[in-house]
Design a binder for this molecule. Structure first.
Ligand SMILES: C[S@@+](CC[C@H](N)C(=O)[O-])C[C@H]1O[C@@H](n2cnc3c(N)ncnc32)[C@H](O)[C@@H]1O
Ligand SMILES: O=C(O)C(=O)C[C@]1(C(=O)O)C=C[C@@H](O)C=C1
Length: 248
């Protein structure tokens, strides 16, 4: 029998009733199923990854660095690595899950792209950003405590070169409660159509409730403006999942 590589396993982490549902964390069990989990959980994920490559090709400048903050298994890092044409760029991926970083490094080593990639195991709050032309936060900021988000975005802004961009993808919430409920329902229908059972959806929802804190689009845009970005707007949205581009 062929052994399925760890990162191609199907996500069934919430398929059986759990007596008590623990807070979601990016541990080895999640790492082993992560590509399948994120593809079946985030509407538009493949499009967003592919377009991060497109945006990086447009904005990466020669002799600058591109950052992938909360890089997980490096999907956005690889999209950038395969598209950037500018000379002498480097990609720096950061994640604070040791299990993610270990697997990510294996995947980067197995990739034949020529742009140098450094995968760092660190809290992104401790990362010194410098000389950046592209910074990616692809579904990462939502896991950072609310009180710490502004400081992180300020550090990103300060580390970007003029004309540089932040690509910020997040799960959103909405001020209008009826609209919010509709988006959640449509997202759950998306998950159901991708093979998740009602039990899996309910238990996962409980696991991420206190860990993934979504904000409204206007809260994100105000914060981006407050730290100094000259423009920010959506470039992608499907239900309660969206991606923004902010330009310095
Ligand atoms: C939903 S995943 C990101 C997906 C990934 N960017 C992609 O495009 O496939 C969130 C990641 O952020 C990481 N993370 C959460 N908080 C972090 C922190 N404070 N510092 C660094 N990484 C963090 C988690 O370990 C996890 O791998
Ligand atoms: O809302 C959900 O069901 C999700 O699973 C979303 C989400 C995310 O947006 O990051 C949460 C955790 C996993 O990393 C994959 C997807």
């Amino acid at each position: 029998m062929t052994k399925i590589p760890p990162s191609e396993q199907r996500d069934s982490l919430y398929a059986n009733p759990l007596g008590s549902v623990a807070d979601f964390s990016f541990d080895q069990t999640v790492v082993d199923v992560f590509p399948d989990m994120i593809k079946r959980s985030v509407p538009g994920y493949a499009t967003i990854i592919s377009m991060i490559g497109n945006l990086a090709e447009r904005y990466a400048k020669s002799n600058s660095d591109c950052y992938d903050l909360g890089c997980s298994l490096g999907a956005a890092t690889l999209a950038m690595r395969h598209r950037i044409q500018a000379a002498n760029c480097r990609i720096i991926g950061v994640d604070n899950s040791a299990a993610m970083v270990e697997r990510c490094r294996q995947l980067m080593d197995a990739d034949s792209g020529e742009i140098p990639v450094d995968i760092i195991c660190a809290d992104l709050q401790d990362v010194n950003l410098n000389n950046a032309s592209v910074v990616v936060l692809n579904f990462t900021l939502q896991f950072i405590p609310l009180a710490e988000r502004q400081v992180i975005l300020q550090r990103i802004y300060d580390g970007l070169n003029p004309g540089g961009v932040l690509i910020l993808s997040e799960k959103l919430t909405f001020d209008d409660s009826a609209h919010d409920e509709l988006m959640i329902e449509l997202h759950h229908n998306f998950k159901r159509a991708n093979g998740y059972s009602d039990l899996e959806i309910a238990q996962k929802r409980q696991a991420i409730e206190d860990v993934l804190i979504p904000e409204t689009l206007s809260t994100h845009r105000e914060r981006l403006r407050d730290v100094g970005f000259s423009s920010s707007d959506l470039w992608f949205q499907c239900f309660n999942f969206a991606s923004m581009i902010a330009i310095k």
